[in-house]
Design a protein around this ligand. Structure first.
Ligand SMILES: Cc1cc2nc3c(=O)[nH]c(=O)nc-3n(C[C@H](O)[C@H](O)[C@H](O)COP(=O)(O)O)c2cc1C
Length: 150
């Protein structure tokens, strides 16, 4: 049995750096800036409006590598093995396993090394926790994080 943090949100344009780094992300605003879910990196799933569920490596936090402590809290999902366009879609995001804390990296190369590792771990975790076992996302307000037992 796995407990998930679940949040719904509409994908907003980011600053396109993720694409430059080679790891595009779907950016979702979080309404609770204090946060029931702590900052960190997670393995989990996203659900699209058409019902498709895709595995993802997900970052929650202020991106200290680029914004110091002053950034706003954001959820960013890098969908594994996916090259489509998610802008404007309202997604459900399930955060299943906390992989590590947010780090301030000295260089883009160091961040990329960490991202590759996160993606490999998220691929393993999602393979072991398939989408069929996810709890229902529900209809909570956009950006509001809830804890749901799976
Ligand atoms: C799995 C994952 C882990 C991340 N970990 C960190 C981190 O530890 N520190 C950090 O500053 N940013 C982290 N990020 C955020 C990246 O800095 C961010 O995706 C990048 O700057 C692109 O931003 P953009 O989508 O607004 O272009 C992570 C992103 C992902 C997808």
């Amino acid at each position: 049995m796995t407990a998930y943090f679940v949040v719904r949100g509409t994908v907003e344009p980011g600053d396109q750096r993720g694409r430059e780094l080679g790891f595009p992300t779907a950016n979702i605003a979080l309404s609770d800036q204090a946060g029931s879910v702590g900052d960190g990196v997670w393995a989990g799933w996203i659900g699209r409006p058409d019902g498709t569920r895709l595995p993802a490596a997900i970052s929650v936090g202020r991106r200290p590598t680029y914004y110091g402590a002053d950034g706003y809290r954001l959820l960013e999902a890098h969908v594994l093995d996916f090259s489509g366009d998610l802008y404007g879609e309202t997604l459900v995001v399930w955060l299943g396993a906390h992989l590590r804390d947010q780090e301030k990296y000295a260089s883009a190369e160091d961040l990329i090394t960490a991202l590759k590792n996160d993606i490999a771990t998220a691929a393993q975790w999602t393979a072991a926790h398939p989408a069929a076992s996810l709890p229902e996302g529900g209809e909570s307000p956009l950006g509001e994080v809830r804890r749901v037992a799976g």
